[in-house]
Design a protein around this ligand. Structure first.
Ligand SMILES: *[C@@H]1O[C@H](CO)[C@@H](O)[C@H](O)[C@H]1NC(C)=O
Ligand SMILES: *[C@@H]1O[C@H](CO)[C@@H](O)[C@H](O)[C@H]1NC(C)=O
Ligand SMILES: *[C@@H]1O[C@H](CO)[C@@H](O)[C@H](O)[C@H]1NC(C)=O
Ligand SMILES: *[C@@H]1O[C@H](CO)[C@@H](O)[C@H](O)[C@H]1NC(C)=O
Ligand SMILES: *[C@@H]1O[C@H](CO)[C@@H](O)[C@H](O)[C@H]1NC(C)=O
Ligand SMILES: *[C@@H]1O[C@H](CO)[C@@H](O)[C@H](O)[C@H]1NC(C)=O
Ligand SMILES: *[C@@H]1O[C@H](CO)[C@@H](O)[C@H](O)[C@H]1NC(C)=O
Ligand SMILES: *[C@@H]1O[C@H](CO)[C@@H](O)[C@H](O)[C@H]1NC(C)=O
Ligand SMILES: *[C@@H]1O[C@H](CO)[C@@H](O)[C@H](O)[C@H]1NC(C)=O
Ligand SMILES: *[C@@H]1O[C@H](CO)[C@@H](O)[C@H](O)[C@H]1NC(C)=O
Length: 492
């Protein structure tokens, strides 16, 4: 490689780095319980990621610990009572409409700005989403969920989007449906789960290898590997429990999952009768709306019922009216989630890497990291300064950062940063001067090699001096631009 092309490459990468916002890929492996790596480990690639970056012993999901609500929490940082996606099946009494995973999922159910839309609202910010549990996502690149799609296929597509020469994305999100599918079928403790966790580890390995093979991504891409919730064993020895066996269904509407139900009374006069009857259901706890424990952050929304039923871990409450009257066959159900989010079995994984994050750091305190915290971490990594308020705590993500003072920047917009600003200006000028020196050397050297070059290269290449001249022009422009942008920049 000649000096000239080397220098050209340097300019090009300086240009890319200075123009594009930081890169981040968020990956969710549905239903990945926090202790699967211990139960089925050692997992080669999860361990590798652990050493490359930061990792939490466990992460606490949001109540209810269902799939759609927690995926929405991850990308908004909001509790379910705030974002309103309060279950995988929801009734909205204000519009008399129903949210159903298998049915109507129109955009009215996702009114809040997500990390990918916020990212797109700035110059050069482009997002790409594959299969996230949500329909119709309006970002630069989007492909909806397909059950049969392999992780490898999603990875290849996603990394192509990051490498797109015309319109590269800088934020991506991938959803993968395992180990949830296996967990529901076999429960968290099974040989099949052992195989599925190995599959997830191999999938992660493929992603890490593909990133390592690409110097641009290896150097710049941040990665977050996480999930929505854990998995609890259902033993399936009892007869199914049916709601209809305890209450007069004409008095109410019931919406939710087999583990948490929202009960809407047709008449408030019946509340005591219905409450009394529901209290007879074994292995459940019934709350009046105003008595729901505050720690669930699951009260202040009209989509939360007058009463809620929370099923004890390991059990399910069925509705004959749901799923077209199909009778639940408990011998085919061995795992579920949705239960109390403080339970260990509902906790999930968190791993992240990238140059803004520490190396080989484990957050061992099991009580601190909540999935509402991840949104602000993504804002920081993506360098989004105007991130909307969320329910996360900056103190919880601070230990992951190489520069923990960065969390201050996201709270206080304009503190006295003039010193940092002038420091970075000095450093910048030094870098600028060395680049000019290298450029001059390059021009001289390429002039020398040009005189010695063969006729073929003369016939097939542009005059190097012309290139150098053009490039000198570009270089000056770029750096003038950068210089202007750098003044007062406290993040450089
Ligand atoms: C998982 O499978 C491996 C073989 O692939 C076996 O060595 C290991 O003991 C299994 N782990 C559990 C917890 O069953
Ligand atoms: C709500 O919708 C259901 C069917 O979707 C309908 O039967 C019912 O009459 C509606 N209720 C009101 C108050 O509009
Ligand atoms: C889906 O929901 C929208 C908005 O509530 C409604 O207008 C539409 O009719 C529903 N479609 C179906 C198939 O239920
Ligand atoms: C409560 O249960 C009793 C006995 O099964 C039933 O007669 C009554 O209708 C139920 N009341 C309500 C409000 O569901
Ligand atoms: C309840 O939610 C509304 C918005 O839906 C909000 O204005 C209000 O502050 C919330 N109340 C509490 C106690 O959080
Ligand atoms: C289900 O079985 C497991 C393993 O035998 C046991 O630890 C757990 O307590 C059982 N759960 C219930 C709800 O009985
Ligand atoms: C439940 O599923 C098991 C296993 O597939 C099957 O053997 C059994 O016949 C089913 N029971 C009912 C009532 O459908
Ligand atoms: C990572 O940390 C662990 C424990 O803190 C240590 O044993 C291990 O050597 C570290 N690995 C690297 C690559 O630094
Ligand atoms: C959660 O965040 C929302 C949006 O900032 C806010 O309105 C709400 O009060 C917060 N809830 C709690 C419990 O902090
Ligand atoms: C962060 O954004 C600011 C503009 O808001 C910009 O000046 C700075 O260079 C960016 N930092 C990084 C690391 O991208």
């Amino acid at each position: 490689m000649s000096w000239l092309s080397f220098v050209l490459l340097c300019y090009k990468s300086t240009f890319i780095l200075s123009q594009s916002p930081p890169l981040l890929l968020l990956v969710s492996f549905d239903g990945f319980r926090f202790d699967y790596p211990q139960l089925y480990g050692p997992l080669q690639h999860f361990s590798r990621l652990e050493e490359q970056g930061v990792h939490a012993h466990s992460m606490i999901p949001t109540f209810t610990t269902a799939t759609f609500p927690n995926h929405y929490t991850l990308i908004t940082g909001l509790y379910e009572e705030v974002h309103g996606l309060v279950s995988d099946q929801i009734y909205d009494s204000t519009t008399n409409s129903t949210f159903q995973i298998s049915g109507n999922m129109t955009n009215q159910w996702w009114p809040f700005k997500t990390i990918w839309t916020i990212n797109e609202q700035r110059p050069e910010g482009r997002s790409g989403v594959i299969g996230w549990p949500q329909n119709q996502i309006f970002v630069s690149k989007f492909e909806p969920y397909r059950k049969e799609r392999s992780f490898k296929d999603s990875t290849d597509q996603m990394l192509n989007w990051f490498n797109d020469p015309e319109e590269p994305i800088n934020f991506g999100a991938i959803y993968f449906p395992e180990p949830e599918l296996t967990g529901r079928q076999t429960g968290p403790y099974s040989d099949k789960m052992n195989d599925t966790i190995k599959l997830c580890d191999n999938n992660l390995g493929y992603l890490l290898n593909e990133i390592d093979r690409n110097s641009y991504l290896k150097q710049n891409l941040h990665l977050i590997i996480t999930s929505d919730h854990g998995m609890e064993q259902i033993n399936g020895t009892d007869k199914p429990i049916y709601l209809e066996d305890y209450v007069d269904m004409k008095k109410l509407k019931a919406f939710g999952t087999e583990t948490v139900l929202n009960i809407f009374l047709n008449s408030n006069d019946d509340i005591n009768d219905v409450y009394r009857n529901l209290s007879q259901i074994p292995h459940t706890t019934i709350y009046r709306k105003q008595d729901i424990p505050a720690r669930y952050h699951y009260t202040n929304n009209s989509r939360i019922g007058n009463l809620i039923i929370i099923v004890d871990p390991g059990y399910e409450l069925h509705r004959r009216s749901f799923h077209g009257g199909i009778i639940a066959n408990l011998s085919t159900i061995h795992g579920n989630h949705g239960y109390d989010n403080q339970m260990n079995s509902m906790k999930t994984i968190f791993y992240a890497s990238g140059r803004q994050l520490r190396d080989n750091f484990t957050l061992s305190n099991t009580a601190t990291l909540h999935n509402v915290d991840i949104f602000a971490l993504m804002c920081l990594i993506l360098n989004i300064t105007k991130c909307p308020p969320s329910n996360g705590s900056l103190a919880n993500i601070q230990p992951f950062l190489k520069d923990p003072t960065r969390v201050l920047g996201i709270i206080e917009k304009d503190p006295g940063k003039s010193q940092d600003g002038s420091m970075s200006l000095v450093i910048y000028l030094l870098v600028l001067v060395s680049f000019v020196l290298i450029l001059i050397m390059a021009v001289v050297w390429s002039g020398v090699s040009f005189r010695n070059a063969s006729a073929i290269s003369r016939a097939t290449h542009l005059d190097p001096l012309t290139i150098a001249e053009q490039n000198q022009y570009k270089f000056t422009q770029i750096n003038d631009m950068k210089l202007n942008r750098t003044i007062g920049d406290d993040n450089l």
